[in-house]
Structure formats: C-alpha cells, structure tokens
Design a protein around this ligand. Structure first.
Ligand SMILES: C[S@@+](CC[C@H](N)C(=O)[O-])C[C@H]1O[C@@H](n2cnc3c(N)ncnc32)[C@H](O)[C@@H]1O
Length: 373
C-alpha cells in the first residue's frame, strides 16, 4: 500500500535529520523518542518508507523535494515487488550498491534482488521452545536452518509481549544465530566472546551451554555491556562475566579458553538489506581499516585459546578483504592453528563459509573456525 502524506512528511523530516554522525537507524530512533505519540504501527510504516528511500536512492531525482523522492522510491519498490525481474541485475549491480563493492563482493543476481526487499524479522526462541513460542505469538514460520529460529510475519509490537519480558525469545537475525551454532560450545566449558557488544551471541552461547560453565563477555563499549547485562537478566542467564577490553595486546584475563569467538567490528555489508543507508556511508577505506582491526583482534586473542581449543571468527559482511583475506592471513601467520570444520543444520561441514542474504533470507555473514594444536 502506498504511504500517505502523513507518512511521507514524517519520513522526510527524518531524512532531513540524517547527518554523517547520525545515520538513518539512529535518526529514526531519535525521532520516535521525540514523537512518542506516533503509534507502533505508524512507526513501522514510516521506518519502512525511510529504508525504501535508501534502497532505491540511485533511482531518485535529487532535485525533487524529499516527499516527492520518497513517493518515487515507493513506486519503484512497488514495481519491483510486483515483478522483481522488471529491474535487470546489471541495473541493480550498478545502482543498488556502491561502486567500490564490485571489487570486494560477488553478489549473485538473487542476492542483489534480496537486498531490495523488506528484511525478515527473525526471533531466537530459547532452546527447544520454538514450537511453543510460535503457538503463543502466532504468525511465526519455522526454518530448516536452525531449530530455534522463527521468522515473525505478524504485526504486533513484540517488545510489548509477555514472551519478550519473560525472556522467551530474543530478536536476533538468523545469520547471527548460526554463528553460535557453528561455535557449538558445550555445557561446563569456558568461552570468551571477545566482541560481545550487547550480547546477542553471548546469550545464545550461554543458552547452548545450558547456563553451565563460564563466558567472558568483553567489549570496548561500556554502554553495550550494560545492555548485555539487562538482556541476560531478562533471559535469566548467569554464566557470564562482562569486562571492558579495548581489543589490544593486553588481554583482560590469563584464563585459557575452550573457545574464543571474535564477532568483529566490520563494514556491515551483509546488513545492507536491513540497513540500506549504510550502503552509502561505508567506504573502501573503512573496509581496509576494519580488515586491519579484525586481523589485530584475531592475533591478540589467539594466545588465550587453550591447546585443543577453538577460535571462531565472524563478520556480518561479505567483502573479500574482511572475510577470506583475513582468515587466510591468520592461517598463514599461525601454524599452531588449523582450520577446523563446523556444521550448520542442513549443510556440509566447512571451516569457512559465506552465508548470503538470499540463501537465508537474512543478513550476509562470514564464519571461519580453527582449532589450536
Ligand atoms: C559486530 S559487533 C558485536 C555484536 C555482538 N557480538 C552481538 O552478537 O550482539 C562488534 C563489537 O566490537 C566492538 N569493538 C569494536 N572495536 C573493537 C576493538 N578494537 N576491540 C574490542 N571490541 C571492539 C564494538 O563495540 C561492537 O560491540
């Protein structure tokens, strides 16, 4: 359904507030904080309209008013939804992603089309409860890619459900869920989630460990770790310790770990469907700098893996520089580590894997794993 004028006006005001330091997703959050009377349903429509604008940005006439451009974007999106093949893959490759991406990412035609669609909303149910959660929430679809993942296709505000407040699920992209499944920690082990952020993967690791054993959750951002603690309390998960770590050579502990997960900061090209504004703000220089940070993080954590322990590297991007190049450089520089296959539901074992947006209807992700001799 096309957006009405009220939606276009809200969306135009949000676009006008976007700056190099206030990306679209933050601008949306701030706008809705300042306009708390906007209903959850209307917020969803406004957010979608803003994201459609960035997905179809290169099809718009920048001389027009923002309202008119938003309406143009809606029209292109509607035409594409009716017939995805009406826009040729060559046009998508040239206009839906930044030009530098051609040197870094091999998008298939299906992936390019996937980037232009509304993203799926994935939930992670607590282990073994996906069926009960689906029945309680309604409007949920299962996937063979993970036993605990469900795709929510309804319209209720999930943050207001009892199930959310009692920790029955987390909102977590399917590709992110597969990272912890690839890590496959055992109850009672000791793990280090080195870039824990707000704890999406820490909580999943803790669940897979049945709340037994210990996870060191570190990040250089204190605010994110605070959020992790709130989420863990809601999920009643206690087998973790959160500590600030700046990612440097000086490690936060002398502990040797059964497993270390480096869910590294990255260019986020795998999230370009969900966060289309990032297509136009991320640069080739960012990719180069992030690849150096990722390499440093892997080198720094490597001594903390105990003999026989595992190291998992994950990034929600698909650039060559941040994925295979980083992984191959680590293998070459660390003869004490050998690539170690991991298994995801319905897939052949692999020691490194690109998960593409089209394959999963989710974010793009790269996962690599090693075992220490
Ligand atoms: C991809 S996010 C982690 C997401 C998190 N694992 C999750 O599943 O919710 C990367 C994290 O790395 C952190 N980070 C960035 N640079 C870092 C560095 N040099 N050392 C340690 N952490 C860093 C960021 O603060 C961010 O929280």
């Amino acid at each position: 359904m096309p957006a009405d004028q009220t939606v276009l006006n809200h969306a135009a005001r949000i676009l006008a507030s976007v700056t190099p330091t206030l990306p679209a997703d933050s601008a949306l959050r701030r706008y809705f904080q300042d306009h708390s009377k906007v209903s959850p349903g209307l917020r969803r429509v406004i957010s979608r309209t803003v994201f459609i604008y960035y997905r179809w940005f290169n099809w718009l006439d920048s001389r027009d008013s923002l309202q008119r451009q938003l309406a143009q974007a809606e029209q292109v999106a509607a035409r594409f939804d009716r017939d995805p093949r009406s826009i040729k893959p060559e046009a998508l490759a040239a206009r839906a992603v930044p030009t530098w991406a051609a040197d870094e990412i091999e998008f298939s035609a299906d992936d390019l089309r996937q980037l232009q669609r509304d993203p799926a909303l994935w939930l992670r149910a607590r282990p073994g409860t996906a069926g009960a959660l689906s029945a309680a929430l309604g409007d949920c679809e299962k996937t063979p890619a993970s036993p605990d993942a469900v795709c929510y296709v309804g319209t209720q505000d999930l943050f207001r459900t009892t199930q959310f407040h009692t920790g029955a699920f987390e909102i977590q992209d399917l590709a992110s869920q597969l990272v912890s499944i690839a890590a496959a920690p055992n109850p009672g082990e000791t793990w280090w989630d080195a870039c824990a952020g707000e704890g999406g993967k820490t909580l999943h690791l803790a669940d897979l460990m049945a709340n037994k054993g210990l996870i060191w959750a570190t990040d250089r951002n204190e605010r994110r770790l605070q959020s992790l603690k709130r989420r863990a309390a809601r999920a009643k998960l206690f087998n973790f310790r959160s500590v600030l770590w700046d990612g440097g050579e000086r490690l936060p502990t002398k502990t040797k770990f059964d497993g270390v997960l480096v869910d590294a900061p990255c260019s986020g090209a795998g999230t370009w469907q969900r966060n289309p504004h990032a297509r136009w703000t991320t640069t080739a220089d960012d990719v180069r700098e992030l690849a150096a940070t990722q390499t440093a993080l892997l080198n720094h954590v490597a001594p903390a893996v105990k003999p026989g322990g595992r190291l998992i590297y994950a990034v929600c991007t698909l650039t060559r520089s941040e994925t295979t190049v980083v992984a191959e450089a680590f293998t070459a520089a660390h003869p004490e580590f050998a690539p170690a296959p991991f298994t995801l539901p319905g897939r052949e074992p692999a020691d490194a894997l690109h998960l593409t947006p089209h394959a999963l209807n989710a974010n793009g992700m790269f996962i690599a794993a090693w075992r220490r001799a």
